[in-house]
Design a protein. Sequence first.
Length: 95
Amino acid sequence: MLVSFCSVCRTVRDLRLNNNKLKRILSSDFESYPNVGLLVLDENQIEIIENDAFGRMDFLTSLWLNGNRFEQFFSLPNKYVSTKALPAIHALLLG
C-alpha cells in the first residue's frame, strides 16, 4: 500500500516507482495523485492490480508495467478506452 506522506502529492505529474518490490496495487493507492501523467511501475513484483486502481488519475497518459508478475489483471476505466473520452492512455507498456 502506498502512503500519501505530503501535501504536495497533488502537484506530482511524473511518478516513477520502478524497482521497489511492490506486489499489489490497491484501488486507493493513487487517490492522492490525481494529476500524474506518467506512472512507471516497471520491474516490481506486482501480481495484482485492483480494478479502478487508476480510476482517479484524470491526467494519466502513460502507464509502464514492464517486468512484473501479473496473476490478476485489472480493467482500465472506460474513460481510458473510449475514443471520445480525454484523457486517454497513449502508452501502455506491458513488456
